[in-house]
Design a protein around this ligand. Structure first.
Ligand SMILES: Nc1ncnc2c1ncn2[C@@H]1O[C@H](COP(=O)(O)OP(=O)(O)O)[C@@H](O)[C@H]1O
Ligand SMILES: [Mg+2]
Length: 614
């Protein structure tokens, strides 16, 4: 059976029953008599099975207080998508619209009647010498111009009924929302009426079988109707922004991560593998470079190398064989509030040990003591920032201090040997930093593709810290792109570090772009959820089915948006920046497409071109 027909049939059944029961007693209810199984199909979240109390001005259903409104007039001037503010209004608001085409003949005779009536009123007033006829004149002129466009076939006439519903958990919240809604409609010149003693009918206009139970309508021309559908996306067009893509309606999207309107400069990119996460991040990185924004990347797949070489950036290979070394214990900052940064740094070192050590061996007290003593043994003291630039300890130095911490310390030291030159990971971790790390270059990529998988989490952790310390030294605009960011959320200390980084970035003109394909893991983590919800931009590309519900919840997506993100193809996205939701395609030029591709052939071509100086 056609699922839509089925849906309607079911909801009719439910609603008939609903209507029958409504008038039976003072207390109105709809419940047991509806076959639960039917309801479950129709309304899996049980939203049709409720008891409610009609209180004239509002309706109480379980723990919700619901108030419905009717709109009787739109503003004089309607521009495309003018309803957007209402739809994206921060309160729990639902809108229902009923639009019916009117027969042109009937519409015309109605209009002519109206013109005759208005004209009669006008002459009556004019005869009596009354001056205030401007409203009437305007109404006559409006009606005549509509008549004209209908006669010429330019416009058709429609009847429109429009209702709003607010729902809150208690009356005091409802009163606040009610006031905010009234203020907004006043500002927007929308005539809004609370449905007094018609709340039940108001509520019915929102039920799935869509009955216009209130039945109030007003008339609009085709162009005004089309401007009043809230489904088009408002176009994001920051004048100083980078060109990011094209909306489904064909408009260009430009966005400025560092615009004054941004609440912070952070972003997240969520998608399943191969949907275009890295591609979109590269596109932003590349186009941001032209605007003088510095770009730092932690690149677990070695995907940014081609782009980095192309723009003349610094590609730093982090792997056991690489000549370039970064000492995870190194402290770099030269910022004025270095003490706090040093405290964070010591926290990161302790966090690294937590990741490395077995649960049995890890002892918070001993780790903390040993780390502090190790730095002190090199003359570096938390309380004295002038000592911070001294030569930092290495993993071997740390092990020596652990060996002095009794039996438990010795046990830790033994486990840590793996990370020193006596063990396998020494080439990766146990070295002083080499000084070929050029941070002045506009693009710096830490390529950790060849870091063994089990060490990727630790590497992303200490490298983000390293970049954090470096970025504090200037206030240039910069972005840090962390691919596979969910790895940082696996552990309490690295997750806290990341949340802190994201929170404090704005002060230093830093935007952190976290990329993840493990959307559920990301959103399940308390820190991850805070990071995602507070990010000023979210790029949601094609998803695995199971990630959709948590995304809908985290970003408060509408049903239309939920459907949309279920059907995305490569490069298509829902892009959220502040209040603007754009249905878009991340657009790259043919040349850029090769440059950003993760396809080996494309990359080889670009390398070739570069070598030939093209
Ligand atoms: N917006 C886009 N336009 C054109 N091609 C794209 C777009 N997004 C992704 N692709 C193609 O899809 C491939 C995989 O994208 P990628 O960003 O590497 O996926 P992932 O989400 O796994 O990081 C890219 O190599 C590129 O060829
Ligand atoms: Mg990728």
């Amino acid at each position: 059976m056609n699922p839509i027909k089925y849906f309607f049939k079911q909801s009719k059944y439910a609603l008939n029953d609903f209507n029958q029961r409504i008038d039976s007693k003072g207390r109105e209810y709809i419940k047991d008599s509806i076959r639960k199984a039917e309801i479950a199909k129709l309304s899996p979240d049980d939203s049709l099975v409720f008891e409610f109390q009609n209180k004239g001005k509002l309706i109480e259903i379980d723990d919700r207080n619901i108030q419905s409104y009717m709109i009787s007039e739109f503003p004089q001037v309607i521009y495309p998508n003018w309803l957007y503010d209402l739809v994206n209004y921060g309160e729990p608001i639902v809108i229902s619209q009923f639009i019916k085409p009117l027969d042109s003949q009937k519409a015309l005779s109605g209009l002519r009647n109206r013109i005759t009536n208005l004209s009669a009123q006008f002459y009556e007033k004019a005869d009596k010498g009354k001056m205030h006829t401007i409203d009437l004149e305007q109404a006559i002129a409006d009606a005549r111009s509509i008549e004209d466009s209908i006669v010429r076939g330019v416009e058709k006439l429609y009847s429109m009924s429009m209702y709003l519903k607010l729902s809150q958990e208690n009356t005091s919240k409802l009163i606040k929302s009610d006031k905010a809604l009234k203020d907004l409609s006043y500002a927007k010149q929308i005539k809004l009426h609370q449905l007094v003693y018609k709340q039940k009918q108001g509520l019915e206009t929102f039920l799935p079988n869509v009955t216009n139970a209130v039945g109030e309508e007003f008339y609009l021309t085709s162009s005004n109707v089309s401007s009043s559908l809230p489904f088009t996306t408002a176009t994001l067009n920051d004048p100083d922004g980078i060109f990011y893509g094209i909306t489904l309606g064909g408009e260009k999207i430009r966005f400025d991560r560092f615009s004054k309107a941004s609440k912070n400069y952070n972003g997240i990119i969520f998608a399943t593998s191969g949907a275009g996460k890295s591609f979109s991040a590269k596109l932003e990185a590349y186009r941001s470079l032209f605007r003088g924004i510095n770009v730092y990347v932690i690149d677990p797949e070695g995907e940014f190398k081609t782009l980095c070489d192309y723009v003349g950036g610094t590609n730093i290979d982090i792997n056991p064989e690489s000549k370039t070394k970064v000492n995870p214990l190194q402290f770099f900052s030269s910022d004025t509030d270095t003490k706090e940064v040093m405290r964070t740094h010591l926290g990161v070192v302790k966090g690294l040990l937590k990741i490395w050590l077995s649960e049995d061996a890890y002892n918070r007290g001993i780790v903390s003591k040993a780390v502090n003593e190790t730095y002190a043994s090199k003359g570096i003291l938390l309380d004295d920032p002038s000592t911070y630039s001294k030569k930092p300890p290495t993993i071997s130095d740390l092990i020596k201090i652990f060996e002095k911490q009794g039996e438990e310390g010795k046990r830790i030291a033994v486990e840590l040997l793996e990370y020193s030159h006596k063990g396998e990971m020494g080439d990766l971790y146990d070295n002083p930093s080499t000084d070929d790390v050029d941070f002045n270059s506009p693009m710096v990529v830490f390529n950790i593709q060849k870091v063994p998988d089990q060490e990727k989490q630790a590497s992303i952790f200490y490298l983000s810290n390293f970049i954090w310390q470096k970025v504090l030294s200037n206030r240039n605009r910069k972005v840090l792109i962390i691919d596979e960011a969910h790895l940082l959320l696996k552990d309490e200390s690295s997750a806290n570090f990341m949340e802190n980084l994201v929170r404090r970035g704005r002060k230093y003109n830093l935007g952190v772009i976290s990329i993840s394909q493990d959307v559920d893991d990301f959103l399940k983590s308390p820190q991850g959820s805070v990071i995602a919800k507070n990010a000023d931009t979210a790029l949601i590309l094609a998803q695995k089915k199971q990630s959709i519900p948590s995304l809908v919840k985290a970003f408060d997506l509408s049903d239309v948006e939920r459907d949309y993100i279920t059907r995305l193809t490569k490069g298509q996205a829902l892009f959220i920046k502040g209040n603007t939701h754009s249905h878009m395609f991340v657009y790259a030029t043919p040349h850029e497409r090769k440059l950003f591709s993760s396809n080996a052939e494309d990359l080889a071509k670009i390398d070739e071109q570069r070598k030939n100086g093209q």
